[in-house]
Design a protein around this ligand. Sequence first.
Ligand SMILES: [Zn+2]
Ligand SMILES: [Zn+2]
Ligand SMILES: [Zn+2]
Length: 224
Amino acid sequence: MRLLNRSLRRLASFVFALALVAALLFTPAALLQAAEDGEIVPCPPCRGDGVCRARDCKEGKIPCYSECLKPDAPEWTKRQIEGQSEADAEKLWFPYAYKVNGKKETAWFSREQAGELIAIEKGQPVSRGRCPACAGSGRIVCQSCAGSGKCFACLGEGKFVRGRNLLTLTDALQGREMEAVVRSRTAERVTVLRLADLKVFDIPLDKLSAESNELIAQRFPLAP
Ligand SMILES: [Zn+2]
Ligand SMILES: [Zn+2]
Ligand SMILES: [Zn+2]
């Protein structure tokens, strides 16, 4: 009986040691400290579809700010002019609205002038040639997404994953916590998107706590 007990005890301690080794091998320290790892946090500005939400942004372009005749404006229309040829009746025109002495006037520009910059000279709208800001396309690069058409916060992913790119970082001095999406890092600093206000900025690594530094080192190891 005593012999059986002893071998049972030996077996138990063997199993325990095995479990301990397995735990140490397969559970990285940072996984133990972040219990909610893997949690999906939908991106606030794009609400998950990853598309740029800047006003009027379409595939990374917004309407040109300049006073040019936008080729894709809805105002282009056919025009009824007495005695015009059949071919001319099919042409599109842009009704450019302006004011002379407080009175509303309309100047018509032909489709061939699409993309041209309009300025008022001596009270009359005149063309200054192809718009320099948009090169006549009527659209310019969206500053929010830098032309990518993707949400500036999640860069098109629509979500953040806790533990993968979303980390809780604490500052070294007061231990204040911050939910931060890590964008990139160097040996000295880490570039983050702060989840609270969606601001992107750099943090020197020596301003972060030892735990945060450890977490960053583990999740974002420096390229050799
Ligand atoms: Zn323009
Ligand atoms: Zn955009
Ligand atoms: Zn987004």
